[in-house]
Design a protein around this ligand. Structure first.
Ligand code: DC
Length: 220
């Protein structure tokens, strides 16, 4: 079974998807980490961001392994490095690159072919796995998402002001929603869940309920 979880930055997709995968004994695929890793490779390789084919070529040649344990780029664990603000700032060059997207969607499908998976991102239910049996669209208000992001950044030792983080979230929402391919939007058959005011346990319980309904073929 393929479970897709899409939604905007900071909605809690990774945390929820990881917990869900654990509960169900499924693998977990963080596709945002793949775009981040390609951007990191581009940054390190000094690619010209104005020339999309350079980054696409690099994406095809690097060894990118994304698993429950983290992200490996050419054998190096880059799970932390891909979360820095510098990498976040250039990840749009990977996400907006049609050739990179084609390549990463191919990798995502190959990984999912190995068995049950919970996959999270922006286009998992719409582009990568349009036939997935269970699709969730996770949302939360921009302010709530900015508060969560601020907490994460502080935990990593990056001090930023709330105003700045909120502006970042709004900018990323705009980028995610207007991308020509793989834009953030709920699939027609996705179940939307707003996480505003819900605890982690409550969100997981709600998602599990949807999964059970889909498994038994009932409507939500
Ligand atoms: O979920 P995240 O913040 O780690 O994702 C990093 C970036 O990658 C984000 O700006 C949107 C993009 N992305 C995408 O375009 N398609 C996906 N399936 C996942 C992420």
């Amino acid at each position: 079974m393929i479970i897709t979880i899409d939604g905007p930055a900071g909605a809690g997709k990774s945390t929820i998807a990881r917990l869900l995968a654990e509960r169900l004994g499924f693998r977990f695929l963080d596709t945002g980490a793949m775009y981040r890793a390609v951007a990191l490779a581009g940054m390190r390789g000094g690619v010209d961001w104005e020339r999309p084919e350079q980054l696409a070529e690099l994406a095809r040649t690097v060894d990118l392994v994304v698993s429950d344990e983290g992200v490996c780029l050419d054998g190096e664990d880059v799970s932390e490095a891909i979360r820095s603000s510098q990498v976040t700032a250039v990840t749009r060059f990977a996400a907006d690159n049609l050739l990179v997207r084609e390549h990463l969607v191919r990798l995502q499908r190959a990984m999912a072919a190995a068995g049950d998976v919970v996959t999270e991102g922006r286009d998992q239910g719409t582009v990568a796995f349009p036939d997935a049996q269970c699709k969730i669209f996770l949302t939360a208000g921009a302010e709530e998402r900015a508060r969560r992001r601020l907490g994460d950044l502080h935990a990593q030792g990056e001090m930023k002001a709330m105003k700045e983080v909120l502006a970042d979230i709004n900018r990323r929402d705009r980028q995610d929603r207007t991308r020509p391919v793989g834009a953030l939007r709920p699939a027609a058959d996705a179940v939307e869940i707003s996480t505003d005011g819900l605890s982690l346990d409550e969100v997981v319980a709600r998602v599990l309920e949807v999964v059970q309904q889909k498994r038994s073929g009932r409507k939500h």
